[in-house]
Design a protein around this ligand. Sequence first.
Ligand SMILES: *Cc1c(COP(=O)(O)O)cnc(C)c1O
Length: 398
Amino acid sequence: MKTDFSATRAMFDLPEGVIYLDGNSLGPLPKAAQARVAEVVGREWGGMLIRGWTQAGWMEQPRRLGDRIARLIGAEPGSVVMGDTLSIKVYQALASALEMNAGRRVVVSDSGNFPSDLYMAQGLLRSLGPDYQLRVVAPEEVPGALDDDVAALMLTEVDYRTGRKYDMAALTARAHEVGALALWDLAHSAGALPVRLAEARADFAVGCTYKYLNSGPGGPAFIYVAPRHAETARPALAGWMGHEAPFAFDPDYRPGRGIERMRVGTPPILQLAALEAALEVWDHVDMRDLRARSLELGDRFIAGVEAACPDLVLATPRVHEERGSQVSFRHPEGYAVMQALIAEGVIGDFRAPDILRFGFTPLYLGLEEVDRAVEILARIMAEKLWDRPEFKTRAVVT
Ligand SMILES: *Cc1c(COP(=O)(O)O)cnc(C)c1O
């Protein structure tokens, strides 16, 4: 293993006494991000004022950082751009795919997909007309749901609840066989495992940066359009920043060159500054090393919990090829168990109805933390420490 994970760990600012197993939901603070944001606020925004758009290169930032993310997801240079939230990017990618496959009316997705992805598809299809249909099937039924009516296959590579991972290349090939386009959500893949978009021949991909890429709460999303589609895909959300010449103030939309057209409005410069600093960590990481360590941490956690907590039922596939970088267990009182864990400094999260979710992010987690987390969880289960009223009141964010 070439990657020095003690060096990457030193690049993060984690509070004392916390074992953080929720980097799959909100990555922790990279030390460089705090300094970088302060600098952009003071020197660029404060000092340059509106000149920052050119003097500090703010205008090119969505594209420059898109290229740095492209490297992490196996995408071609110039095929990724930053902006907006993931939900918006799902809408944009799906709308383009449907327009490119205009003779067809069906979108296939799976019942484990993140609700916002499904909601976005529902809203888009409703506005396109009553003959459009979202066909939602169980994950194992996806290949069988693909036929000649399908315009687009829209899947999240790694299931946000169970951590189950699809074979992106195989499903993309299957979609192409029936003439459908493949759109992949990389929310739980980017920064979590090696992704090879170009090799898999994905048509579109989207993802967020505040999870495994550590850009901070509200960090911008990214969108990928395969270069073979870049000059034909048309953005339904056509904003002035995606126009061929934003400062021509032309009343008619003309798409910008390639991926630039997927930009919508003014980019979030402060969030992009945090992202830029957060991406420095990845200059020191080999994704194969990251994957090997992430699986090792996950295996250790599964073995420890199964040995010590017979009431918890594994919800994540054991097979390495079939899982992402998180491990989930089911328990009917999962919410209370997680609250009790958090009270002891082990931070994971809960996903309804009964999933305890633990993210394993080698950048700042080692085997010692995994063992310690197992020990604390085992004590909570053995002594039923979760069975207290204060752990059962649901907060707004779980
Ligand atoms: C986290 C996540 C989202 C969240 O979308 P936002 O618009 O960033 O809030 C959407 N889809 C998937 C699959 C996710 O995991």
